[in-house]
Design a protein around this ligand. Structure first.
Ligand SMILES: C[S@@+](CC[C@H](N)C(=O)[O-])C[C@H]1O[C@@H](n2cnc3c(N)ncnc32)[C@H](O)[C@@H]1O
Length: 384
C-alpha cells in the first residue's frame, strides 16, 4: 500500500470514493448512513432524469455519460480509495433473458473490470451490488477472476432488508473486495458467499451463514420487523375505522392505472387501484395490511404493472385477511413513491424535483437499493 494511503488510515482523512451508476444516490446515502469518514469525489450516471434527482438532493451533478467511455487515465486522475458500483441488473434478472455478459447492458461493467489491472492507482476497496442471479453469472466469474489476479480478497453476501428489521423482501447480491495488504475483520469468510449479516456484527458462527439457514430463519426474523404502517406517509384505515378522509366514490369508474395521467397525485384517492384491475388481476396481486411484517420488492415497473412488481396496501382491513375476503371492498392502493423510499430506508429529506413524473419516480426507486442493508456492509468494508 502506498505511504499516502497508510496516512489516510492513520489520520482519518476522508476516503476518496467514486460512485458508478449513481442513479438517485442510494450508494451515497448508504455511505452517509454508514458513519464512514468518506467523500464521494465523483459520480457517474448516463440518465438525465436520475442526474436531476441526484443534483436536487446533493447539489452536485454526476458526470453524465457512458461509463464505457472512461479510460484508465480518466480513473487514475481521481486517485480514489474506493469504488462503489451498482451496474444494470437486467442481464441477470429471472424475468429477463439472462444473457449475462452477452447482454449489451453488461458491457460497461465488464469494461471497468478490464481497466483494473492496468491502472496505476487502483482502488483499495470495491463494492458491487446486483440482483440475485448475478452470483451464478459469467460476469461474476470474470469479476472474481480479475480481482483475484489483481491481488484483492473478496467476501460475497446475499442479504435482504428483512434481516435488518425492515418489513421488506428485497434480497440482493453484494461483493466486497479489499486490495492486499488490507484485510477483512473475519478473514475466514474470504472467498465465501454468505447469507447472513452475522460477520458485519462480529458474529462468527459460520453454521448460520448458508442459504438454507437464511431461508429457514427468515420467518423467525419477520416477527422482529417493524409493521408496514410505520412506513406510510398517507394514513391507512385500521380496525374498520377510517382514519384518512378521502372519498373513493369514483373508484369504481376508474379503469386505467396511471398510464394516461402520469402526474404526481396529491390525494390518497388517486393512489387507489381501479376496480377493473382488481377484477382482472386480483389473483396475482400481493396484498399487505398496515400490521403486516413483510412486503414484496418494488421493481421499476411498479404502478405500470401489478404482477410481481410490488405489494399493494389494503386500506380497509377485512375480518379475514387475504383473498378470501372481497378484494374490491379492501380498497387497495399503491404505495406512494415516498413510502417506497421509506422501505428503501432513504432519509426523510430525500425528495424528487417537481418535474419528475410519477412513473419515473417509481422506476428510479425500483432501480435503487436498501440503505438499511448497504450502510452496514460499507461500514464492514471500510473497517480496518
Ligand atoms: C441498478 S441502477 C443503480 C441505481 C443506483 N444505485 C441508485 O441508488 O439509484 C443502474 C444505473 O446505471 C445507469 N447506467 C446503466 N448503464 C450505464 C452506463 N453505461 N453508463 C452510465 N450509467 C449507466 C442507469 O441509468 C441506472 O441509473
Amino acid at each position: 500500500m502506498a505511504e499516502e494511503d497508510l496516512h489516510r488510515i492513520d489520520e482519518k482523512k476522508p476516503w476518496r470514493v467514486l460512485e458508478f451508476y449513481s442513479g438517485i444516490g442510494g450508494m451515497k446515502y448508504s455511505l452517509m448512513a454508514s458513519g464512514v469518514v468518506a467523500e464521494v469525489i465523483e459520480a457517474f450516471e448516463i440518465n438525465d432524469s436520475a442526474n436531476d434527482v441526484y443534483q436536487h438532493n446533493f447539489k452536485h451533478r454526476p458526470y453524465q455519460g457512458n461509463i464505457q467511455s472512461l479510460t484508465g487515465a480518466d480513473l487514475d486522475k481521481y486517485n480514489a480509495d474506493a469504488w462503489l458500483l451498482s451496474p444494470p441488473c437486467q442481464p441477470y434478472t429471472r424475468q429477463g433473458l439472462q444473457k449475462h455478459s452477452g447482454d449489451a447492458r453488461a458491457f460497461s461493467f465488464l469494461w471497468i473490470l478490464e481497466l483494473i489491472p492496468h491502472l496505476s492507482k487502483p482502488p483499495q476497496m470495491l463494492f458491487v451490488e446486483n440482483v440475485v442471479g448475478f452470483e451464478t453469472s459469467d460476469t461474476r466469474v470474470e469479476m472474481i477472476d480479475t480481482l483475484t489476479k489483481s491481488d484483492y480478497v473478496t467476501q460475497e453476501f446475499i442479504l435482504s432488508p428483512l434481516q435488518f428489521g425492515v418489513p421488506y423482501s428485497r434480497p440482493r447480491y453484494f461483493c466486497l473486495a479489499k486490495k492486499k495488504p488490507l484485510s477483512f475483520q473475519s478473514q475466514h469468510n474470504n472467498n465465501k458467499l454468505l447469507w447472513s449479516p452475522g460477520p458485519l456484527y462480529g458474529r462468527d458462527d459460520q453454521s448460520e451463514f448458508g442459504k438454507s439457514q437464511a431461508e429457514e430463519g427468515l420467518d423467525n426474523l419477520v416477527q422482529f420487523c417493524e409493521p408496514v404502517e410505520k412506513f406510510l406517509e398517507l394514513e391507512a384505515q385500521v380496525d374498520g375505522k377510517l382514519i384518512s378522509s378521502f372519498d373513493d366514490s369514483e373508484n369504481g369508474s376508474k379503469d386505467c392505472y396511471g398510464q394516461e395521467d402520469d402526474s404526481v397525485p396529491e390525494t390518497v384517492q388517486q393512489y387507489l387501484v381501479p376496480i377493473s384491475l382488481i377484477e382482472r388481476w386480483g389473483n396475482v396481486m400481493d396484498i399487505v395490511y398496515p400490521d403486516s411484517k413483510r412486503c414484496c420488492c418494488f421493481t421499476k415497473s411498479y404502478y405500470r404493472y401489478v404482477k410481481g412488481t410490488g405489494s399493494l396496501l389494503a386500506t380497509v382491513q377485512p375480518k379475514i385477511k387475504g383473498k378470501e375476503s372481497c378484494l374490491k371492498e379492501q380498497r387497495l392502493r399503491y404505495f406512494t413513491p415516498r413510502e417506497v423510499a421509506n422501505f428503501h430506508s432513504f432519509p426523510e429529506d430525500f425528495e424528487f424535483p417537481k418535474h419528475i413524473s410519477l412513473r419515473q419516480r417509481y422506476a428510479m426507486l425500483g432501480n435503487s437499493l436498501s440503505v438499511a442493508v448497504v450502510a452496514p456492509l460499507l461500514r464492514y468494508l471500510f473497517d480496518s
